[in-house]
Design a protein around this ligand. Structure first.
Ligand SMILES: Cc1cc2c(cc1C)N(C[C@H](O)[C@H](O)[C@H](O)COP(=O)(O)O)c1[nH]c(=O)[nH]c(=O)c1N2
Length: 217
């Protein structure tokens, strides 16, 4: 592989980053080809990980019965979540579509095995959450690779962790990191849906960057 990117390659990378969306409502039913699924999983598997721990597993879910069970838990968790908002905010929340569990042909649970490489992990001793963050890096790699493959991905975290573990037979010591809905889509929205629907806007980058010290600009 060449060491530097051509201009076109660089542009392609930024295109994937800026046009990636969280997809909940635009899934098409056609199956994800095995070779494409394999490529995006391979992209996830090439994520950085603390101490090269590679603490992830990937549970590919296509069984409608399993999806239905997880969707039922979503419905319950989503009601609980809606109740935490008041008035206009609650009715806006209730109108948002926040999952594509049954619509997406593939669901994927990314998990973290915190004991994968023994009790002492290079780089994790003083910051123990680093293995969890490594799995999130894998999710992001997959999300960008999926975008380049023309596949939409939606992250669903409105779930009870124990219910998810029960539905997928995940052992106690394994932590579910992400539950993702994956499939081809009718289109990608140009901006996040939470922005279009008036929930929240993108912050100004300049307000978030400090120099040398917290809040110093
Ligand atoms: C860890 C985590 C967890 C969730 C999300 C994201 C992440 C990173 N997002 C998607 C989130 O709403 C979305 O990323 C932002 O609104 C920004 O939109 P784009 O991803 O740029 O389209 C998300 N979306 C949703 O509809 N239901 C959900 O449960 C979640 N959960």
């Amino acid at each position: 592989m060449g060491e530097s990117f051509t201009e076109a390659e660089r542009e392609a990378l930024y295109k994937a980053i800026f046009s990636r969306r969280d997809v909940r409502g635009q899934f098409r039913p056609d199956p994800v080809p095995d070779d494409v699924l394999r490529r995006i999983l391979l992209a996830a598997h090439h994520a950085p990980s603390v101490g090269f721990m590679q603490p992830w597993n990937f549970i590919v879910v296509t069984d409608p019965a399993v999806k239905a069970r997880i969707h039922a838990d979503f419905a319950q968790a989503n009601e609980e979540a809606a109740a935490l908002f008041e008035g206009e905010r609650r009715s806006l929340y209730s109108r948002l579509k926040l999952e594509g569990i049954r619509d997406a042909p593939v669901n994927l649970c990314v998990t973290c095995d915190r004991e994968r490489s023994g009790p002492v992990v290079l780089g994790r001793t003083h910051m123990p959450a680093m293995d969890l963050y490594s799995c999130v890096c894998a999710v992001q790699n997959l999300w960008l690779a999926a975008r380049a493959e023309g596949l939409g991905v939606g992250w669903v975290s409105i779930l009870h962790e124990e219910a998810l573990k029960g539905a997928l037979g995940i052992p106690d010591r394994i932590v579910p990191i992400a539950y993702l809905c994956i499939g081809s889509v009718s289109h990608f929205e140009p901006v996040p849906e939470l922005e279009t629907k008036g929930w929240r806007r993108r912050l100004d980058l300049d307000d978030l960057v400090f120099r040398d010290r917290w809040e110093q600009r």
